[in-house]
Design a binder for this molecule. Structure first.
Ligand SMILES: [Cu+2]
Length: 207
């Protein structure tokens, strides 16, 4: 499972061990199905139906990284600063198409809502502002990086983000696609290194 969910599972490991063994069940049931049944039961013990549905949707969806001409090659988030209510998400997105696309919105069950932000230095102060959309020019790669430019702002986090966690985020594009991404929480240096500036290679994808 992914880190974001694992953190929740860890809190209720005792719930799972208290459950009756699956005697009497169909013996052809695969271990993976049994595991899933346990998880679903454990979720229902701890979560409201609504929250459980959100998490199920997030983890059951395929890890689609490409929709049409839009390909996400990196999906990462910064660890949250202790006490901070908001977190930052960073994507590397290739628009293989011949027309511009845009990120128009994003959402996540891990936080209250997701804003599209841009950041820049003004008078030695880092300033962020919300934008209506993040443009993805035709044939170009957008590399979101901590410290400047665009990012996804995860507003009102429901729990802190720690390295190793995974944050489900659905990203909607003007072209009509929605990608269900799993952002990996990684150290700042790793995120910056994984989004190299143009000319430093794109894992062979652009050759
Ligand atoms: Cu921001």
């Amino acid at each position: 499972m992914h880190g974001f969910s694992v953190a929740i599972f860890a809190q209720m490991a005792h719930l799972r061990t208290e459950q009756a063994p699956l005697r009497g069940r169909d013996h052809t049931t695969q271990p993976e199905e049994i595991l899933m049944t346990h998880r679903v039961l454990a979720w229902r013990h701890l979560l409201t139906a609504g929250a459980a549905a959100l998490l199920l949707t997030a983890s059951a969806s395929a890890l689609a990284q490409r929709a049409g001409e839009i390909e996400v090659t990196q999906a990462q988030a910064l660890p949250s600063i202790p006490g901070a209510r908001n977190g930052g998400g960073f994507l590397t997105i290739v628009n293989h198409g011949k027309t511009e696309d845009k990120i128009v919105s994003a959402s996540s069950p891990a936080c209250g809502h997701v804003e599209l932000h841009t950041m820049r230095m003004e008078d030695n102060v880092m300033r962020m502002r919300e934008v209506g959309a993040i443009p993805l020019p035709a044939g170009k790669t957008l590399r979101m990086q901590p410290g400047s430019g665009y990012h996804l702002m995860l507003m009102d986090l429901k729990q802190p983000l720690n390295v190793g966690d995974t944050v489900p985020v659905a990203v909607k594009f003007a072209g009509g696609a929605t990608l269900e991404l799993q952002l990996k929480v990684e150290p700042r240096g790793k995120i910056a290194a994984d989004a190299p500036m143009p000319g430093q290679g794109m894992h062979g994808a652009m050759h």
